[in-house]
Design a protein around this ligand. Structure first.
Ligand code: NAD
Ligand code: ZN
Ligand code: ZN
Length: 379
């Protein structure tokens, strides 16, 4: 058992005090884990676009002050009452959606939408007692996505903690705890392209390129990357993207451009932008008769998806997914093994690394559309 078990830990955390204002590194108090909770020492965390949306709070409702962050890797420091799945010293990935193991979703082979622990962007407290485990001078600082990884120590429900191979390098596999697995799984588990098929990927950030990796692994013969940022195209070549379309280069809708390129439409498409127009294009660009489109991007809170119903009658399918349909505890460790077995390359997604003190640089890079994942070193 660790020396700090059962004690309040004082440590550094990057606090978002207000929407859109730089994070401030503060000393926070982290309460011990309660029943079915785990306290983790975060070693590496990376920035996903979802953190940026809830920090900007323009297109999303958020609560402040808050500790953001959900893509990370760490080591269990201590566990609360009733926790048997993990113990101090285990290497783990925190996940924004959980797996209680008991509910109808957890028992279903088709769903990862756990009734108890599914994604909740508004909740800023632990589900056990509706309180925050973080405070400064006795005042609560709120949680984000049940993970709050922009802190040296954080507390999660055990159902949101995936125990992984202790040999996996945490500075690399931290990026598998959200974006890349979400994109990869959206292709492999949801779109399920067949060998030789054509796949369009909208948005060539880390999530989209994770989806492109899925297309490569499934044996797709054409992977068409769609992005408004032409700078993305060079990088995407390393991910098996074979053709590129920038919607800005055409006067007609991108779905028409893609239909012309592919004799009627792609077999599969995966949307990883969060933009409602890209979502509609991603659906309308799949081939009638068999095409399947999968939405992954997190939409604006007021977004409405509009398409003509005949697009469905013509036998196109539209799906959506969180975390690529992986169940975090039972499915994510297998993605880590794909990396360990060299089937999946993770290094190429990590384009920047910064020390914790410079965490705001990671936000600047993402806002400028530079690089893919920026890993933040806690030590
Ligand atoms: P990112 O910012 O690194 O990449 C997004 C890319 O989309 C950028 O290259 C941008 O230029 C491009 N883009 C934006 N609007 C576009 C449009 N209209 N047409 C074409 N390209 C466009 O972000 P990311 O971290 O890769 O995340 C991508 C999306 O996935 C975000 O919406 C994020 O919130 C979401 N996300 C969802 C899940 C999930 O489980 N469903 C998990 C992680 C992230
Ligand atoms: Zn994410
Ligand atoms: Zn469940």
């Amino acid at each position: 058992m660790s020396a700090t078990a059962g004690q309040v830990i004082k440590c550094k955390a990057a606090v978002a005090w207000e929407a859109g204002k730089p994070l401030v590194i503060e000393e926070v108090e982290v309460a011990p884990p309660q029943k079915m909770e785990v306290r983790i020492k975060i070693l590496y965390t990376s920035l996903c676009h979802t953190d940026v949306y809830f920090w900007e709070a323009k297109a999303q409702d958020s609560v402040f002050p808050r500790i953001l962050g959900h893509e990370a890797a760490g080591i269990v420091e201590s566990v609360g009452e009733g926790v048997t799945e993990v113990a101090a010293g285990d290497h783990v990935l925190p996940v924004f959606t959980g797996e209680c193991g008991e509910c109808a979703h957890c028992k279903s082979t088709e769903s990862n939408m756990c009734s108890l622990l599914r994604i909740n962007t508004e909740r800023g407290v632990m589900i056990g007692d509706q309180k925050s485990r973080f405070s400064i001078n006795g005042k609560p600082i709120y949680h984000f996505l049940g993970t709050s990884t922009f802190s040296e120590y954080t507390v999660l429900h055990v159902g949101c903690v995936a125990k992984i191979n202790p040999l996996a390098p945490l500075d690399k596999v931290c990026v598998l705890s959200c974006g890349i697995s979400a994109g990869l799984g959206a292709t492999l588990n949801v779109a399920k392209p067949f060998k030789g098929s054509s796949v369009a990927v909208f948005g060539l950030g880390a999530v989209g390129l994770g989806a492109a990796e899925g297309a490569r692994l499934a044996g797709a013969s054409r992977v068409i990357g769609v992005d408004l940022n032409t700078a993305r195209f060079e990088e995407a070549k390393k991910f098996g993207v074979t053709e590129f379309v920038n919607p800005k280069d055409y006067s007609k809708p991108v779905q028409e451009v893609i239909a012309e390129m592919t004799d009627g439409g792609v077999d599969r498409s995966v949307e990883c932008t969060g933009n409602i127009n890209a979502m509609i294009s991603a659906f309308e660009c799949v081939h009638d008769g068999w095409g399947v489109a999968v939405l992954v991007g997190v939409p604006h809170k007021d977004a409405v998806f509009k398409t003509h119903p005949v697009n469905f009658l013509n036998e196109r399918t539209l799906k959506g997914t969180f975390f690529g349909n992986y169940k975090p505890r039972s499915g994510l460790p297998s993605v880590v093994e794909m990396y360990m077995n060299k089937e999946l390359e993770v290094e190429k997604f990590i384009t920047h690394t910064v020390p914790f003190a410079e965490i705001n640089k990671a936000f600047e890079l993402m806002l400028k559309g530079e690089g893919l994942r920026c890993v933040i070193r806690m030590e």
